[in-house]
Design a protein around this ligand. Structure first.
Ligand code: FES
Length: 181
């Protein structure tokens, strides 16, 4: 948010515009609660559920409307691993690291994804195409090791299959980008 005025009305209006009516309503209903700050995590979850991640514009708006120092809001957002401060990629890769998958070599599959993409769990590739996440169980243990890319399930995955899998999705992303122009 650009703060070019100290006028609270303008600041509040800009902050509200950065969020949704539902989130603003929630904050306003709880603003006078004795421990309103304890609602910060709930509010940040609501923001992330709606926007997909916590951009600085939204963090700033939450800080203003909840009257909590911006540094504190940013600190909470970056402390908890389930909050994302950058947008998720076009495709979400979830590598199962549950017991059944782990004993079948899921850690090596995970490492290959990290190496190929140059990112760790919880990060997004520079081109914005892939986000990498881990999972405790994807519910198909008999097919271990298992990964999912969005809704697609891949079973009995080996590290050597990883470049091919990524290549197919990169091709798909390029085709979609071309079709959209
Ligand atoms: S442990 Fe991987 S699918 Fe269940």
């Amino acid at each position: 948010m650009t703060r070019n005025t100290d006028n609270w009305t303008d600041v509040a209006a800009a902050s509200k515009a950065a969020l949704t009516e539902d989130i603003v309503g929630f904050i306003e209903r709880h603003r006078d609660d004795p421990h309103a700050e304890s609602l910060l995590i709930t509010v940040l979850h609501k923001v992330q559920d709606h926007f997909g991640h916590l951009a600085s514009e939204q963090l700033d708006a939450v800080a203003q409307l909840m009257q909590i120092p911006a540094a504190k809001v940013a600190g909470v957002a970056s402390f908890y691993h389930y909050f994302r401060l950058v947008p998720r990629g076009k495709y979400i890769i979830r590598v199962c690291l549950g017991t059944a998958c782990y004993v079948k070599g899921a850690d090596r599959v995970a490492q290959r994804f990290k190496d190929e993409l140059g990112i760790d769990f919880g990060e997004t590739s520079k081109d914005g195409i892939f986000s990498l996440e881990s999972s405790r169980c994807l519910g198909t243990c008999g097919l271990a090791p298992v990964i999912m890319i969005d809704e697609d399930v891949f079973s009995n995955v080996t590290p050597d299959q990883v470049p091919g899998i990524l290549g197919n999705y990169m091709k798909k992303a390029r085709q979609e980008a071309t079709a959209a122009t």
